[in-house]
Design a protein around this ligand. Structure first.
Ligand SMILES: Nc1ccn([C@@H]2O[C@H](COP(=O)(O)OP(=O)(O)OP(=O)(O)O)[C@@H](O)[C@H]2O)c(=O)n1
Ligand SMILES: O=P(O)(O)OC[C@@H](O)[C@@H](O)[C@@H](O)CO
Length: 443
């Protein structure tokens, strides 16, 4: 990313904590076997992501859509949520003119596909309209023009394919469709003197959320006919569709995850959700040694209590190679003096799988010392060797940590060690802290 963007990237999702631009995680974390079922849609669907705002209500200099979450801009998460949906043909991201280069950099850096970047306007409606116009641009192949346009605030990163499908199908049938959620607070009207005028019966009202969907002609006509006041002060596309295209939107209750990042607290909440989705599972590689398999089995039980799921495999050959593409956390259990070369081989495999482009991967080397081979070599691995390997891995967005535990015949001692390894492992995976990279922690 260009230097002049560095200032722009100075705000992390937690303004009190420095950003680590070297690690670029994100997105639809979780094992690929958790991916949504494939759906078939027999009409072209495109997306407009309005991202042209300044995010004033966060109180940060960096607009919230460009705020970093573990080093990766929020908007990249949202784009990823749409580009992984096979039946979406194109995504138009609408940003302020001064952010066009930054947005182009982000698209290139994270190898986003299907994305076009167009300039926004002074209000959200003007930005959305620019996006809609870009989809129907004269001169583009007619095939590009979508039947349905999904409109979704770029600062609502947690959207699932199932709900997008419901909105798209309803929009195709009805001409317009929108997400709604129950109101949390009661809506009241105030007098000009700041007193209560009246309150609305909450059960009769809903919060209008995103995504929304429209047939192209409905939303295009609505924006063609709406007033300057609509453009300047309006916040509701469904209203424009009703008033100017005579199309009454189908309203569909969405999941609570559709919330919009608006205030600073929302940034921390979003990062916590992303970290949570990245840390639900891990792949334990035992190398096939009996001691490592025993430890892995004990770990599997211990982390189960910490809401983590461990898959235990001997190596990454054959079908097990699939774990390189569906997990974000790897635990290499080693009892032999060649443990560093085992880790180096794993790091090479992970780099080739290119998963680290979107997520900071975690690799934890668990050294079982006091075992036959290690004791024969007379020493565990030199801590400096792990630090060197970890420094190189971090440049590739892989966070390498070490944990050492001692084989013990004392059952209670052994169980305490295993429990400590489970707790340390869970914390390292959840926090993905660059600060502990290369450390050889003692369990
Ligand atoms: N001129 C604008 C204003 C807003 N948006 C986008 O519309 C979405 C929802 O708007 P909101 O949450 O209000 O974002 P901001 O306007 O940036 O926030 P604020 O009102 O706090 O400045 C955001 O993705 C925002 O980037 C836009 O594309 N163009
Ligand atoms: O009003 P803001 O600009 O904060 O956000 C836009 C929201 O109003 C909009 O996303 C939904 O209410 C659905 O229209």
């Amino acid at each position: 990313m260009e230097d002049h963007h560095k200032k722009m990237q100075s705000d992390s999702c937690d303004p009190d904590r420095p950003t680590h631009p070297g690690t670029f995680p994100t997105c639809e974390a979780g094992r690929s076997d958790h991916q949504p079922a494939e759906r078939s849609v027999d009409f072209p669907v495109s997306v407009v992501l309005p991202a042209g705002g300044t995010g004033e209500r966060t109180g940060l200099q960096t607009p919230k859509q460009f705020c970093l979450f573990m080093g990766r801009p929020l908007i990249s998460y949202t784009i990823q949520a749409f580009e992984r949906v096979s039946w979406i043909q194109s995504i138009v991201v609408v940003v302020a003119r001064e952010h066009m280069d930054l947005m182009t950099d982000i698209v290139q850096q994270f190898q986003h596909t299907k994305v076009r970047v167009v300039p926004g306007g002074s209000t959200r409606h003007r930005s959305i309209y620019n996006g809609v116009l870009a989809l129907g641009e004269e001169g583009r192949p007619v095939a590009d023009k979508p039947k349905v346009v999904l409109i979704h605030d770029a600062v609502r990163p947690f959207v699932e394919e199932d709900f997008l499908y419901k909105i798209a199908m309803a929009a195709k049938e009805q001409g317009a469709a929108g997400a709604i959620r129950p109101l949390v607070s009661t809506v009241i009207a105030t007098t000009s003197e700041g007193y209560l005028d009246h309150s609305l019966e909450r059960a009769k009202y809903r919060a209008s959320e995103m995504p929304q969907g429209f047939t192209y002609d409905v939303i295009y006509q609505a924006y063609q006919k709406c007033s300057e006041s609509d453009f300047e002060f309006g916040t509701e596309c469904l209203h424009l569709a009703l008033q100017y295209s005579g199309t009454n939107a189908k309203l569909i209750q969405g999941p609570p995850t559709l919330w919009k990042v608006t205030y600073k607290r929302d940034l921390a909440a979003a990062e916590s959700i992303i970290k949570d989705t990245l840390s639900r599972s891990a792949c334990v590689i035992t190398g096939g040694s009996a001691q490592a398999v025993t430890l892995a089995g004990a770990l599997q039980k211990a982390v189960g209590a910490l809401n983590m799921e461990l898959a235990v495999i001997p190596d990454l050959t054959g079908e097990n190679g699939g774990y390189l593409l569906k997990d974000w956390n790897f635990i290499q259990v080693s009892v032999s003096r060649s443990c560093l070369s085992e880790v180096e081989a794993l790091l090479t495999d992970l780099e080739a799988a290119k998963q680290a482009l979107l997520h900071p991967l975690v690799v934890i080397l668990v050294l079982l010392s006091g075992s036959d081979e290690l004791s024969v070599s007379g020493r565990a691995v030199e801590p400096e060797a792990i630090m060197d390997l970890a420094s190189a891995a971090k440049l590739r967005n892989i966070l390498l940590y070490g944990i050492q535990l001692h084989q013990s015949k004392d059952t209670q001692r052994w169980e305490r060690s295993v429990s400590r390894v489970a707790e340390i492992t869970s914390a390292l995976i959840r926090d993905r802290s660059p600060a502990l990279v290369g450390q050889l922690l003692q369990a």
